[in-house]
Design a protein around this ligand. Structure first.
Ligand code: HEC
Length: 233
């Protein structure tokens, strides 16, 4: 077999295929085998998002209609699960990635570089890393904008971002223009993105849009950034 060139290539081909299958398939699989994948309920039990409570306070009547039990771990889990389904179903991933990559200073724009451990839960199935970025990466979207901003934005993106090419989503609203179940769910979902990080959420002038001087950037990278005062934003 080794006398002919094609024989050598065949053996090499099978060899390299097996090697890549081992390194990229079997090895990562065994590395994470003992790590349980979090369920939506387990995620919700880690703490109810402030933004979910805020939605209930902002739209009490509409929220009560959709979630008669009010803000509970169960209703939060339900909203997260539906929000994720909508994100997949509406193909938001077609224009948005969910992975801050360790290149091109992405961390300065969007926040900490994504880590494999962040994706160990059912809301990351199917994988939504995405490759196209017609819109910004959303892995650190949580608390970057207010609920009000999202309510206006999903209704008609150009209200808050005049040059936006993002589609309008009127079916996230009831006939009076208040968020319906889908609206609450998708907002809860985008507000959840990145909220699991200790150094999150970024808001009030901190984070990606925050530091502009070299010192501030280095401080942030070293994790020694001094918190800004509440009035700074
Ligand atoms: C055709 C491409 C496209 C699709 C589809 C799309 N978006 Fe966008 N999105 C954009 C663009 C472009 C922007 C930036 C301008 C703006 O803020 O509207 C954006 C901005 C956003 C922002 C604000 C990010 C920030 O903080 O600046 C959020 C949140 C968002 N999109 C969520 C979604 C969700 C959820 C869906 C699916 C329901 C979706 N997008 C579908 C293109 C898209």
């Amino acid at each position: 077999m080794f006398e002919s060139k094609s024989g050598v290539f065949l053996i090499a081909g099978i060899g390299f295929f097996s090697l890549s299958f081992l390194v990229m398939g079997v090895l990562p699989w065994t590395m994470y085998l003992d790590q349980p994948e979090l369920t939506v309920e387990e995620i919700a039990e880690q703490g109810i998002l402030h933004e979910f409570v805020d939605l209930a306070e902002r739209f009490p009547k509409q929220f009560e209609e959709q979630y008669p039990g009010g803000v509970t771990t169960a209703s939060f889990a339900e909203a997260l699960e539906l929000g994720h389904k909508i994100y997949v179903g509406e193909a938001c991933w077609h224009c948005h990635s969910q992975q801050v990559r360790p290149v091109s200073n992405e961390d300065l724009r969007w926040g900490p570089v994504s880590h494999a451990r962040e994706y160990q839960n059912v809301l990351q199935r199917p994988v939504l890393f995405g490759t196209r970025r017609v819109g910004p990466d959303l892995a650190r979207e949580g608390a970057r904008r207010s609920n009000d901003w999202h309510v206006a934005h999903f209704f008609k993106p150009t209200i808050v971002a005049p040059t936006s090419v993002m589609p309008e989503y009127p079916w996230f609203y009831d006939e009076d223009g208040y968020p319906n179940k889908r609206g609450f769910a998708i907002i809860t979902y985008v507000q959840w993105l990145g909220s699991w990080l200790v150094e999150y959420p970024y808001y009030q002038g901190e984070g990606p849009a925050g530091p502009t001087t070299d010192d501030a950037i280095n401080q942030r990278r070293a994790g020694t950034q001094t918190k800004k005062k509440e009035t700074d934003f």
